[in-house]
Ligand binder design. Sequence first.
Ligand SMILES: Nc1nc2c(ncn2[C@@H]2O[C@H](COP(=O)(O)OP(=O)(O)OP(=O)(O)O)[C@@H](O)[C@H]2O)c(=O)[nH]1
Ligand SMILES: [Mg+2]
Length: 577
Amino acid sequence: MKHLILGTAGHIDHGKTSLVRALTGIDTDRLPEEKARGITIELGFAHLELPGDIRFGIVDVPGHERFIRTMVAGVGGMDLVMLVIAADEGVMPQTREHLEICRLLGVQRGVVVLTKSDLVDPDWLGLVVEEVRDYLAGSFLEDAAIVPVSSRSGAGLDDLRAELARLGGGIEPKRSDGPYRLPVDRVFTVAGFGTVVTGTLLSGRIGVGDEVEILPGGLRSRVRGIQSHGKKCDAGLAGERLAVNLQGVEHDRLRRGDVIAPAGLFRTTRVVDVRLDYLESAGRELKSRSLLRFHSSTAEVQAEVVLLESASIIPGGSCYARFRLAEPLLLLPGDPFVLRRSSPAATVGGGRVLDPFPPLRRRKGGESLRLLEAIEGEDDALRIAAMVEGALLSGIAQPELLRRTGFSATRLEKGLTTLLSSGRIVQMTREPRIFLAGNGVAELQAILLAAVEQFLEENPLKEGMGKEELKGRLPRRSDQRFFAPLLSALERDGRLLPERDIVRLPQRKPGGTKGAGDPQGRLEALLVAGGCEPPTLKELGERSAWGRSCCWSISTGWPGRGGRPRSRATSSMRRQR
Ligand SMILES: Nc1nc2c(ncn2[C@@H]2O[C@H](COP(=O)(O)OP(=O)(O)OP(=O)(O)O)[C@@H](O)[C@H]2O)c(=O)[nH]1
Ligand SMILES: [Mg+2]
C-alpha cells in the first residue's frame, strides 16, 4: 500500500474541515473550543483509502491568520494539497499565504477545491473558476484541476476522489530506507499507556522496541507501541501518520517541534547555511542581522539572518544566507523552512537548508559562496569535494560528511571512491576515517619539509630533526594524527628519510663529509683562507653565521658553552678526527 499525506489549505471558514468530514466521515475539530467557535484551532487528522491501493493520511489545518504557525507545522511532510476556496468568496488573504507556505515547504502537487458550490449559481461558479485560474498562473498549481464541490450535498466529491487517486498514483512515496525522523505535532497521555506523540514519519522505518532519542533535548526512550490511523502495528513507514507510545518519559518533557530519531545518530545545530527566497509580498527589504521566526517541520524558533551576498535583499529576491538559531534544531540538507516576521505578522520567505554544519569562520574571497554553490549543485562528488576542501587543513571525518550532506552511507561511499581514486581527496586516518583535500596534503607536506630544512640549517651539527619536534610543527588547525601518513608519503616519494626517532633529508649525509656544505669543512676553509692570521673563534662564529659556541663544538667535538648535550653529529665528527 502506498502511504501519502494529503493536506488542506485555505482561508478561514472556506470549508476545509467540512470537506475532510464529507470525504472521510471523520470530524477533525475535536476540541470543545473548536466546536464552540466553529473554527479549527489545532491540526486535525483523518485518513482516506482510495482505489490504486493508496492510503492518504489527511492533515486539516486552521485557516485563521492567528493560527498560521500551527498551519505551517501541519504542512511539513505533505505530498499533495487541497487548496480550498469557497465559491461564494473566492481568493482571500490566507488563500494566498497558505499557497506560498505550501510552495516554500516544497509541496509540488495538489488540487483546487471550490467548496460551497451549492451557494452560488453556475454563472458565478464559472467566474470564480476563471478568477482562480488567473490567480494560480505561475504557481505550482497552475495546471491543477479545479473541482467544484458541496460538502453539504455531496456534489462533486466523486470527481474529487477520482482526481486525488489520479494524482496519488503519480507520486513517489517517501523513502523508508534511510534513518527515521518523526517531527512531533502532538503530545498527550493515554491512561495505562503513558506518553504518546503523533506526527508524520518523514523518512525511514520506526519499529516497536527501537531505542529513540528525542531531539533537541537528547532524552532517550524506547518505542512501546505504534498506531497508524487508529490501528496497532509493529512498525511505521515513511509517509505514514503515526501515534507512538514512548516508554518512561513524562509527557511534559516533550513538545511540538521535537523530533523522534534513532538514538545517537543525529546532531542538532544552531547555525545553518541556506538558500533564502524572500517573498515579493514581504513589502520591504530584508536587512542582514534581522530577527525572524524560523519554521521547519513542526519546530519554530527565533533566528537571526546573516545575508551572505549583500547587506540587504529586496522583496522577490533570492540569496545565500546564514541563520543563527536561538535554540538548536535537527536540520538536514534539503530541509525546507518558512520565515515569518512578527510585526506586522506575515510570512516573508523561506528556502532550503544547504549546510547544517557550515564552517563557522567565514572565508574571504567568496569561498563560502563557492562552497554553497557546489552544495546546491547536483553532482554528489563535487558536493563532497567542496566540503572536504572547505575543511582546509583540519580535514573532515566520515560521520561529519554524513551529517552535512544528508546522504545515505552508500551514496556517500560512491562519491568518496570517485574522489579518492582521482586524488582530489586523501584518506588520512582509519578510525574515524578523516579525509583531507589533495592540495591540503601537499600544503602540509611542504610545511613539514620546510621545517626539517630550516631546522638543519639552524642546527648544522644535527643529522636530522626529531620526529616529535617535527610533529609539533604541524599547524594547530590541522590534526596530529595526520603526521604518520604524511611522513610515510614523504618517505615514499624520497623527500624525507625517517630513521628511528629522527627525520633526515635524503641529500644530507649523516656525520658529514668534508664538502662545502659540511660544518667542519666550512670551518677548515675559513681557517685556511685566513692564512697566517686565522680568524678568532668570535670571527669564525660571525663568518659562518653559526655563532661562537657552535663553532667551538664543531672544532672540538665538545658541547658548546651553553652546555648543550653532545649531538650524534659532533660525536661522530670526533671519531673521524
Ligand atoms: N452551504 C455550504 N456550507 C458549507 C460547505 N462547506 C462548509 N460549509 C460551512 O462553512 C462553515 C465553515 O466550515 P469549516 O469546514 O469549519 O471551515 P474551515 O475552512 O475548516 O474553517 P477553519 O478551519 O476555521 O479555517 C461551516 O458553517 C460549514 O457548515 C458547503 O459545501 N456548503
Ligand atoms: Mg477547519
